[in-house]
Design a protein around this ligand. Structure first.
Ligand code: ADP
Ligand code: ADP
Length: 225
């Protein structure tokens, strides 16, 4: 079986992390989420965390030179040999170019860039209701669309659910502006290279997941012909 090197693209709150969890279950691939890597660094108070926090709190992107190095280093680890699911990177065209250069250097190619297309109003609704587990931030809920069984408590490990600091309404609006301005050009970049696949992010998580799986199955079939 060939490698599955995947990128999840889309505005904040589109459902990238939600889909990533399902794809990890399907394909057993390592999940590389740059937002999560940065939040861990902030919590641990590392030099990377100190640098990144200045930008993240305002909803701005951390500079390319800060994020490219740590992401490339993560992709060089042995667990990515069969592929990876990259979430939250690239967020600028320069990051996309750096990723291409690295993949080329190691003789690998991108399988697909999966765009979860979601309009701004829906993003605001999703992010304002997003809650995540204090123990494992991959356990994500929505107060209205995907509530936990007991309010404020994670179904999976019983820990407390909290709102991310940058999920407050004013910061969300700014993150959306940043997305349109700096990240949207990445869509065209992958479209030009023939690897972009679009999904309607307004559908339910299960429908989006079914569509992604069908697309990946077709890609693999084409590859084996
Ligand atoms: P979301 O899941 O809402 O899309 P993330 O968790 O991916 O958000 O990212 C949170 C924050 O971390 C971003 O607003 C940004 O400050 C920073 N960040 C994450 N990935 C990158 C990246 N590739 N380039 C620059 N900044 C990033
Ligand atoms: P991202 O990783 O793109 O920032 P998340 O996966 O964290 O997005 O989803 C943002 C919020 O929206 C979460 O609260 C999640 O439960 C909810 N959500 C995700 N996908 C959908 C969907 N298809 N329909 C409704 N709500 C969704």
């Amino acid at each position: 079986m060939s490698e599955l090197n995947l990128i999840l693209l889309g505005p904040p709150g589109a459902g990238k992390g939600t889909q990533a969890q399902r794809l990890i279950d399907d394909f057993r691939l390592p999940y590389v989420a740059t937002g999560e890597m940065l939040r861990t660094a902030v919590r641990e108070g590392t030099p990377l965390g100190h640098e990144a926090a200045k930008y993240m709190n305002n909803g701005d992107l951390v500079p390319d030179e800060v994020i490219i190095g740590v992401t490339v280093e993560r992709l060089q680890q042995g667990d990515t040999a069969d592929g990876f699911i990259l979430d939250g990177f690239p967020r600028t065209v320069d990051q996309a170019k750096a990723l291409d250069a690295e993949l080329q250097r190691v003789g690998r190619t991108l399988t697909a860039a999966l765009l979860i297309d979601t309009p701004d109003e829906e993003v605001v609704r999703r992010i304002s209701g997003r809650r995540q587990c204090v123990k494992n931030e991959q356990h994500v809920y929505h107060v209205e669309f995907d509530p936990p069984k007991h309010e404020g408590v994670c179904d999976q490990d019983g820990a407390r659910l909290v709102q991310r600091d940058d999920d407050k309404p004013d910061t969300v609006r700014h993150r959306l502006d940043v997305y349109h301005d700096q990240t949207e050009p990445v869509i065209g970049y992958y479209d030009d290279r023939g690897v972009l696949r679009r999904f309607d992010g307004t559908r339910s998580p299960t429908e989006v997941h079914d569509h992604i799986r069908a697309t990946l199955a077709t890609l693999r079939l084409e590859e084996s012909l």
